[in-house]
Design a protein around this ligand. Structure first.
Ligand SMILES: Cc1cc2nc3c(=O)[nH]c(=O)nc-3n(C[C@H](O)[C@H](O)[C@H](O)COP(=O)(O)OP(=O)(O)OC[C@H]3O[C@@H](n4cnc5c(N)ncnc54)[C@H](O)[C@@H]3O)c2cc1C
Length: 420
């Protein structure tokens, strides 16, 4: 009998397994893919970004989204479906757009992302993990005064709650990241968060899963989770794959199945407000070292993130609320290539770019579910939306602490932000 079974081996599942094993649990991790982190955690923007702690739901967001509804190349697309879950998500999201909710959600996101970034640094150091990470901060660039002015309040709130996000002039931004020289005409200013980082989430998961295996964690890959079955106040999981067609249970089962958590849980009467937000990335070989950025960047206008991963450049972003398909839309892919080429025309092999799409498990508030359900042995660590890579390490520790020590004793509950 396992102490804990972790359902899903993305960034959230692998971190959860690690912290449970560290607390002495015998752990089994189950995933349908042949390797860890092959779905939403595979080729994301690579940013460990406390400076992205702003939720999607803000007072100005509904107007922006309305404008974007008619633009085919908008950074955020909504494709209405005859799906009550999509509409429920959208109405809850609108409710989260009030000033007070935005502020509350931002502070909570700041707490979890800051906590997580610190833990990630400790884990990296303890096991000497190498995931093509860079600790050079994150630079947000702005092209017009309206956008730069509009992030003033957000930046001040972040500073007040401990995030060292600084305003930079165009000249300072170019000095920090000379590869931006091609676009210097268009940039009018920037913000810079020196403590933010970047790295490859898939490679991190592979490295950490090896650490987990050394700690005795078992991985059942190529294994489909078919359903949860209720038996009194407990649940069992029915599987098909590497372990055969079987049913398992454990003292604790943690659902970390990203966008797929909600449909699985509905079958046992748990309704999570998680909807998939499809995003895209391109990854291309860097051909001219000094023509690609070393500092991880966010281009707020196009909602695109740039991270150098070894000798490759990852560009990721855009959002589509359009169901569970990960099919690549050629127009969206071309848009990313076009913008990346404008910013870094000499960086490398745009014609060799690899394209990818993944589903962010998004909640209306951007806050994840990290909690116990009404079943005695069922826990949730899911719904990390746009920031799963950033929150993963901290979210894993938080749920493991709740399972192993009780909610009250969890370290995260004592974690306080230090104002700048
Ligand atoms: C384009 C894009 C860019 C992003 N950029 C960033 C970024 O720069 N920084 C950041 O912090 N975050 C970023 N994110 C968000 C981040 O990638 C996600 O929040 C994170 O990957 C979610 O992790 P997860 O483990 O919850 O989900 P997943 O990685 O999807 O893991 C869920 C796992 O469950 C498994 N599973 C699901 N259903 C079943 C089943 N029935 N049976 C068996 N296994 C199953 C899947 O195979 C999968 O491995 C980005 C996302 C996208 C799409």
């Amino acid at each position: 009998m396992y102490d804990s079974i972790v359902l899903g081996a993305g960034i959230i599942g692998v971190n959860t397994a690690y912290w449970l094993a560290k607390a002495g649990h015998k752990v089994l991790v189950i995933d349908r893919q042949p390797d860890v982190a092959k779905e939403a955690s595979y080729a994301n923007g690579g940013q460990i970004a406390v400076s992205h702690a702003m939720p999607w739901a803000t007072p100005s967001a509904p107007w922006k989204v309305l404008n974007w509804l008619i633009q085919d190349d908008a950074p955020l697309l909504f494709r209405p479906k005859a799906d009550p879950h999509q509409w429920r998500w959208l109405f809850s999201w609108l409710r989260q757009c009030s000033r007070s909710n935005t502020q509350k959600n931002t502070i909570e996101l700041l707490r979890l992302t800051t906590y997580s970034r610190q833990l990630l640094q400790q884990v990296r150091q303890e096991y000497q993990l190498d995931y093509r990470h860079k600790t050079r901060g994150i630079l947000h660039i702005y092209r017009n005064k309206h956008d730069l002015d509009s992030i003033k309040a957000e930046t001040e709130l972040m500073q007040k709650y401990g995030c060292d996000r600084q305003f930079l002039s165009k000249e300072e931004a170019l000095m920090l990241e000379p590869a931006l020289r091609w676009a210097s005409q268009n940039i009018i200013g920037a913000t810079y968060t020196p403590d933010d980082e970047s790295g490859d989430a898939h490679q991190y998961c592979q490295e950490l899963s090896r650490v987990c295996q050394n700690m005795g964690v078992e991985f059942a890959l190529n294994t489909h989770i078919l359903e949860l079955q209720q038996e009194g106040k407990r649940v069992h999981v029915r599987l098909n794959g590497a372990l055969g067609n079987t049913r398992l249970s454990a003292n604790h089962m943690v659902v970390c199945m990203g966008a797929w958590s909600a449909p699985l849980l509905r079958r046992v009467g748990i309704y999570l407000n998680i909807y998939p937000a499809k995003g895209y990335s391109i990854t291309l070989p860097i051909e001219h070292e000094d023509c690609a950025p070393f500092v991880s960047l966010t281009d707020d206008e196009y909602r695109l993130m740039y991270s150098r991963l070894g000798n490759e450049l990852r560009v990721a972003g855009t959002g589509e609320l359009a169901g569970y398909s990960t099919e690549l839309n050629a127009k969206r892919c071309d848009l990313i290539v076009e913008q990346a080429r404008k910013l870094f025309p000499e960086a490398g092999g745009f014609d060799q770019a690899r394209f990818w799409a993944g589903l962010r498990p998004t909640t209306p508030s951007n806050l994840p579910y990290i909690e116990k359900t009404h079943f005695d042995n069922l826990w949730l660590n899911t719904g990390h939306g746009t920031l799963g890579w950033t929150m993963g390490c901290g979210a894993g520790k938080y749920i493991a602490d709740q399972i192993c020590m009780g909610q009250q004793q969890a370290e995260f509950n004592r974690f306080e932000l230090q104002p700048q």
